[in-house]
Design a protein around this ligand. Structure first.
Ligand code: SAM
Length: 291
């Protein structure tokens, strides 16, 4: 079964009376190399332990089949109930795969991964061709869950991939880039042109892989203050760091903020986008102590 063939997709969807749902961000892969490459990147084996993959949004099962061929177990979570009968058919010959009809944003991932992978002694990772309308909330939910995922390999909009991989000082570097770097190392793997999807989206895509840190790369007195500092530093991008932080840390006053910036060893005129995660950690501790 070649699920990337246009005629196959149209035949299966037509037979089941299913059409593309824009509201669920449905753009299905029609280039066979892409799901293979995503699955290769997601299913890395570092030891003998069995590998479980959580897939978000299997669609009609194109990437799911490639994951099933490489992992020991695949659990695919799909919001669109109308796709369930199609997935039953397209994954009928993939016994290591199960589909759950549900919304990733409303799913208790701790309970799901414990039941499906952890209790079975499996390592686990995430793979997805993400629906673009909720890329960032999904990524933040996955990393903030602090579950023992090893990698998160996802296709996202090319512009978002650029932002997530940007180094400090780059114009694309933002609060999300710095926050994500606390949880893992982000690599951009390859670009996927819009023509590789049905229907074709307006923009190109890119596949990224986040390798989650076992321990955070910096130690801070308060994680909450770290993320508040990152948010504050980018709140008003055109302003200096001291002015931008004023929104999140108003009780400290101008002097308190200036003192914290100085005790973190940073220039008063620096802009937030130049700060590395290590800078943010020192600054967050200084702001925390000044509070
Ligand atoms: N994996 C398929 C492929 O690569 O051809 C489909 C990818 S399509 C870009 C995104 C998929 O995510 C769709 O099947 C859509 O219905 C599903 N989806 C959208 N929102 C979701 C959510 N909140 N939870 C779970 N699945 C979702």
């Amino acid at each position: 079964m070649r699920l990337t063939d246009l005629s196959t997709i149209r035949e299966i969807m037509g037979r089941h009376g299913v059409s593309f749902q824009k509201k669920f961000g449905q753009n299905f892969l029609i280039n066979p190399n892409v799901p293979e490459r995503i699955a290769d990147a997601a299913c890395i084996r570092v030891d003998e332990a069995p590998l479980g993959i959580l897939e978000i949004g299997p669609g009609i099962g194109t990437l799911t089949r490639e994951l099933s061929a490489r992992a020991d177990k695949v659990v695919a979570l799909e919001i669109d109930t109308a796709l369930m009968p199609i997935l039953e058919e397209t994954l009928a010959d993939c016994p290591n795969t199960s589909v759950i009809n549900g919304d990733i944003m409303k799913t208790d991932l701790s309970e799901l991964t414990e039941r499906e992978f952890v209790s079975k002694g499996m390592r686990m990772s995430v793979a997805a061709n993400l629906p673009y309308y909720i890329t960032t909330p999904i990524l933040m939910k996955l990393v903030e869950s602090r579950l023992s995922f090893e990698t998160i390999t996802v296709m996202i909009q090319k512009e978002v991939a650029q932002r997530l991989c940007a180094p400090a000082g780059d114009s694309e570097y933002g609060a999300i880039t710095a926050a994500l770097s606390y949880y893992g190392k982000v690599e951009r793997l390859f670009t996927v042109p819009a023509g590789c999807f049905l229907p074709a989206p307006k923009v190109d895509s890119a596949v990224i892989r986040i390798t989650l840190h076992k321990e955070p790369p910096v130690t801070v007195k308060s994680e909450e203050t770290l993320f508040k500092t990152i948010r504050g530093a980018f709140a008003q991008r055109r302003k200096t760091l001291a002015n931008s932080l004023g929104t999140e840390f108003s009780p400290l006053g101008k002097d308190g903020i200036a003192n914290a910036i100085a005790s973190a060893g940073l220039e008063p005129s620096i802009r937030g986008e130049r700060l590395t995660l290590e800078d943010f950690a020192r600054l967050a501790d200084a702001l925390y102590e000044n509070k």
